[in-house]
Each structure stands twice: as C-alpha cells, then as structure tokens.
Write a protein that binds this ligand. Structure first.
Ligand code: URP
Ligand code: ZN
Ligand code: ZN
Ligand code: ZN
Length: 472
C-alpha cells in the first residue's frame, strides 16, 4: 500500500518546507519534490499544511472519578481526538483499588483494545506505594513499556499522595528512568477551604475556583520540584495554570533541574469568570486546577513561547452537563472535575497561537506533538515527519473559519467549554500509520485499529532553558 501526499507545506518542530511525502504501509519512506511511485494513491495537499499527528500526553478516557465515570470512552474519545488532529494519546491508567499493578494495566488494556482508532500508551497513576507495589513497579514498567508515573497532590478524598509517597515515586522514577508526573495543588489545604466555604453556606460553582487559589498550586509545584531534585528525578508538572506555578518551573529550569511543564488550551484562553455563569452553567467549567483570573493566561503564553512550558495536554475528562455535572447542583464540591478538550486541543492552539501570532508554526508543532513524543519516549516513531517515522499525518486547511460548538463536535458530551469560539484552521484529513482515520472531515477509521505503544525512556538532554519568560 503506497500513498503520496502531494503539494503540501510540511511543518515540523524545526522546519517549514514544500515537499511530497511517500508512505509505504505504515511508514514514511521518502520526503522530496515531485515524488512518484507505481500504484500510489495520490493525496492532494496543495494549499494545506502537513503536520505530524498530534500527541496528547494527558487524557482520562472511561475513568472512574469523583463517584462517577467519565463520559467519553475509548471509542468516542479517540474518534474525537482523530477529528481534532491527534493521532497518539497517553492515558492515565488508574491503579487505586486494584490488587496489583498488573491487574490495573490489564483492565486499562481491556477498555482500550477493541475501541481505540489511534495509537495509545499508558501512564501509571499511583496514590500509595507499599512494599509490594514498589517491588512490582519495575517489572510492570519494563513489561508494558511504560516510562511515566503519575502522582496527585490534590483530591484529598480520592487520590492524594503523601509527601512520602511522592518522594518514593521520585526515587522509583530515578531508579527506573521514568518521568514522574505530578498534579500540583495542595489537596489538604484545599479540603479545609472547601469545608469552610460550605460551612458558610456557599454552594455555587465559582467556589470551586475560590477554594483552590493559585498560591496552593505554586506551593505544591515548588514542593514537587525540590523533592524531585533531592531524588535526582525527572519531574513533569501536569496542567500548569498560573504565574505562581510557572515561576517555580522557570526558576528550577534556570538552575538546571530536570523539570518539564504542561499547560492546556482552556488555561490559555479562558478565565475564572466562566465559573460565575448563572443557572449552574459554571459547572461546565469545573476542573482542577481551576481557570484563573485574567492575567495568568498571558504568563502561560509567554512561558510556552520561551520554552519554559513544553507541552499541551488536553486533560480530556468529560462529564455531561445535563448528566453527571448535576451531581454537584447543591454542592460545588460534588461537581465531577473535568472537561471535554481532546478534540479542540490542536485547533485552539493553532488558531489562538499561530494564527494570532503568539507562537510560530514550529513552536506549535513542538508543543502539540514533538515534545510529548520526546519526553515520553515515542520519538522519532511519533512526533515528527521524517523518513522511518510512523505515517501519522494531519492535513490541515489553515483558511477554514469556523465556530466551535457541541452541535458539531464528536465527543460524547452535551456541551463545549469553547462554545462559540471562532477558530481559523481545521484538520481535514488525518492518517494513522498510513491509513486514513479521517478523510475529508469524515470518519473512515476502524474501531480497534489503534495500537498500544510500548515506550523507551528518553534521556534528559536539556541543561538550561533558552530564554526566560517575563515574570512580571
Ligand atoms: O479536573 C480534572 N483535571 N480532572 C481530571 C483529573 C486531573 O486532575 O487531571
Ligand atoms: Zn490533575
Ligand atoms: Zn496571580
Ligand atoms: Zn488530568
């Protein structure tokens, strides 16, 4: 099976050039001008950008959470991802409540295997590290090709790890060359603030934001950074939302600490006032950490531009508004935390970032695809357009103007957090390992065609950041 993508403009993390791409079976085998091959299917990409498929390092599909389960599963979630230009996801495998890690991973494989339409890997999510788990950990990481472990410092009633567990995770990360991903918020203090707010009779969604101030994200980020440093471990701070946290990451990176930072499209484009919407509509915007007051968004853009933040995750974790979000109708602390973002991650970052001139097209590719592939051990199989790489390719029309809406999205959720947002540019066709998943904006993929990705730990190569973001 051969295909030639003709006449497009290829954008990678480093280059922007016109060339054709020859795909043979699952791989890119030639890049050059005027390519031809016998019996090749010709795909016209003139006037379009040709991007490496997006790599989304942060999704929660079919995950039990906050006394319920997320509304997108591996079928609807990966189809929506593909429509949005994402061809690889790394999802968090829940281990809490399982007898051992092997059972937890087996369960996650069962959720994904017959449904995923794009490739995927797992991060291991741990809340406690007893002796048995610490013993099993290296075996599972090796066997499953997992190079990343997630620890929560938030969610006092559900997942929150102690500092001891966090430090044990860093030591295990060091020993096994795994990246330790941390949700940085001080869950115990948040729990206190939530109790205080409820005791004063506050029930509205805005109190979700007011009881999780940015200082508590900054504090937890600093704590994770120092503990990782003592253990000489690699730290990846998930969903960074505010100046307080960004500044800690910048300081650490300036000192040469092995710290990466991720942010997400809503933190770049929306602010805390969304949670004040009347008629409980603020619940649509309840996730953690929360949206921040105006001002923080520009810090995040600056940090992304300055390469102090490396990746864009979706933090896909969807709950229907006229469904599970209603669990918190009378009590903001019972609103399931999370939003639907897997489909719009790529387009929102392109439109708000590249189209509006905040980042270059190469910086876009780097943060939407390449850096996650590098950090999590998938590069150069994923994350770039190069000879020998998987033919995961997005053909993107940068001239299309449209409005994001739940009426047209493909996620299994009844609202969009970006409802009405005007974006420029849209993925029109998407290939996963050489096969169309989306062709001319129509899903043509196959359930279960996505492959589980075994990963290999990548070296930490950065010494110092190249530039410093404004911290004013
Ligand atoms: O509110 C969120 N972000 N839900 C998903 C779980 C997490 O914290 O990443
Ligand atoms: Zn989190
Ligand atoms: Zn602030
Ligand atoms: Zn998350």
């Amino acid at each position: 099976m051969k295909k030639i993508i003709k006449g497009g403009t290829i954008a990678t993390a480093t280059d922007l050039f016109k060339a054709d791409i020859l795909i043979e079976d699952e791989k890119i085998t030639q890049i050059g001008l005027n390519l031809s091959a016998k019996d090749a299917e010709i795909i016209d990409a003139s006037g379009k950008y040709v991007f490496p498929g997006g790599v989304d390092p942060h999704t929660h599909l079919d995950m039990p959470f906050n006394n319920t389960v997320t509304d997108d599963n591996w079928e609807t979630g990966t189809i929506a991802a593909a429509f949005g230009g994402t061809t690889t996801i790394l999802d968090f495998c829940l281990t809490a409540g399982e007898k051992n890690l092997a059972d937890a991973v087996k369960k996650w494989h069962e959720k994904a295997a017959d449904k995923a339409v794009i490739d995927y890997g797992f991060h291991l999510m741990v809340s406690e590290l007893d002796d048995a788990t610490l013993k099993e950990l290296p075996i599972i990481l090796e066997k499953e090709g997992i190079t990343s472990i997630k620890v929560f410092l938030a969610y006092a009633k559900e997942f929150q790890a102690t500092d001891r567990t966090l430090f044990q995770a860093f030591k295990a990360g060091k020993q096994n060359n795994a990246v330790i991903m941390v949700h940085c918020e001080n869950g115990s203090v948040i729990d206190e603030l939530v109790n205080e707010a409820k005791a004063s009779g506050h029930t509205d969604p805005i109190y979700h934001a007011l009881t999780r101030p940015p200082e508590l994200e900054g504090e937890a980020t600093k704590r994770a950074i120092e503990l990782a440093h003592i253990a000489d471990a690699k730290l990846y701070v998930v969903h960074v939302t505010c100046k307080e946290a960004v500044d800690e990451i910048i300081k650490a990176r300036e000192k040469g600490y092995k710290v990466f930072g991720e942010t997400c499209p809503p933190y770049l484009t929306l602010d805390q006032t969304e949670l004040e919407r009347p008629n409980f509509e603020g619940a649509k915007y309840v996730w953690s950490p929360p949206l921040r007051p105006k001002g923080h968004q520009e810090h995040l853009w600056n940090a992304l531009k300055a390469k102090q933040l490396q990746t864009i995750g979706s933090d896909q974790c969807s709950f229907n508004f006229n469904g599970k979000k209603q669990l918190g109708r009378d009590d903001f602390s019972k609103i399931p935390n999370g939003g639907p973002f897997i489909e719009d991650r790529f387009s929102v970052l392109y439109s708000e970032g590249v189209h509006k001139g905040r980042i270059t097209i190469n910086e876009f590719v780097e943060s939407i695809s390449t850096n996650a592939a590098k950090i999590f051990g998938l590069f150069p199989q994923k994350g770039t357009i190069a000879i020998g790489s998987d033919a995961d390719i997005v053909i993107f029309d940068p001239t299309i103007e449209r409005e994001i809406s739940a009426k047209t999205h493909h996620m299994n959720v009844d609202y969009s957090a970006f409802e009405g947002m005007k974006v420029t540019g849209e993925p029109v066709s998407v290939l996963s390992r050489g096969k169309f998943v989306i062709k001319d904006k129509t899903f043509v993929g196959q359930l279960g065609s996505g492959k589980y990705l075994k990963r290999t730990s990548s070296p930490f190569t950065e010494k110092k950041s190249k530039a410093v973001a404004s911290t004013k």
